[in-house]
Design a protein around this ligand. Structure first.
Ligand SMILES: [Zn+2]
Ligand SMILES: [Zn+2]
Length: 240
């Protein structure tokens, strides 16, 4: 009662406004939600970047290209149009109320092969971490809010500190593939007592070259994680 009264009052002061088209009435309106395009392609091998072949249903299956079996990474939607607008608002304009709307797209991939097998297999989820300085500046980690919204739908635990960022990295925007890998190298730490033996799903907002996911996955693996999968909300049509 109190909660619905306070959300009613909040709506009067800050009426819901669509993050995609800026029309009032919804946080993310139906027209914008329907304009979101699924990310093309299949999950890629975290080791060699090769796309998972159609016939293979992931999860413990070695990559046919490189033979590694420790993980796959993919995205739910294309980083374009209303999705791009919404992510920008969510990440840079404090629009944290968008988290459940956006996490819907993450959960939707669980119904698709090979993600169905991956969702069956992982033990816990972890957000790609922000450095503590950046967390203080922004007040939240957008990847963590997505992870928590997804967790409540997927009914899986969240290990908030499975992996930590030990050094602030400069923004990956505008960097080449090699610069991105270099920029994140050696900037993460994981605790083997927390992650050993677990299959983990790492969650992030945007996947570009996959450098951050790959670095996090490598650190988690070095501390004994059994497998690491990566799922991002959106990715651009083409990496740099
Ligand atoms: Zn809209
Ligand atoms: Zn591979």
């Amino acid at each position: 009662m109190l909660q619905s009264l306070s959300s009613y009052l909040l709506d009067l002061v800050f009426p819901p406004r669509c993050a995609g088209c800026l029309r009032f009435g919804h946080w993310f309106c139906d027209a914008c939600a329907q304009a979101v395009l699924p990310a093309p392609g299949r999950p890629e091998c975290l080791q060699c970047g090769e796309e998972l072949p159609e016939a293979v249903n992931a999860g413990g299956v070695p990559c046919p290209a490189c033979g590694e079996s420790w993980g796959w990474v993919g995205a739910a939607a294309l980083h374009e149009g209303p999705m791009q607008q919404a992510i920008h608002a969510f990440k840079y304009e404090g629009r944290v109320e968008l988290a459940p709307n956006l996490a819907r797209y993450l959960y939707a991939v669980a119904a698709e092969t090979p993600w169905t097998a991956i969702f069956r297999q992982f033990d816990a989820m972890a957000p790609v971490p922000l450095h503590s300085d950046r967390f203080r500046e922004r007040g939240y980690n957008q990847a963590e809010l997505l992870t928590r919204s997804l967790a409540s739908r997927a009914d899986k635990p969240v290990l908030r500190e499975a992996i930590l960022r030990t050094e602030a990295t400069r923004s990956q925007v505008g960097l080449t593939r090699a610069e991105r890998a270099d920029n994140v190298s050696g900037k993460f730490r994981a605790d083997s007592q927390t992650v050993s033996g677990l299959a983990l799903l790492l969650v992030d907002d945007v996947l570009t070259t996959g450098a951050t996911m790959r670095e996090c996955a490598a650190v988690l693996r070095s501390q004994g994680a059994a497998a690491v999968f990566g799922l991002a909300l959106a990715r651009p049509t083409m990496g740099p």
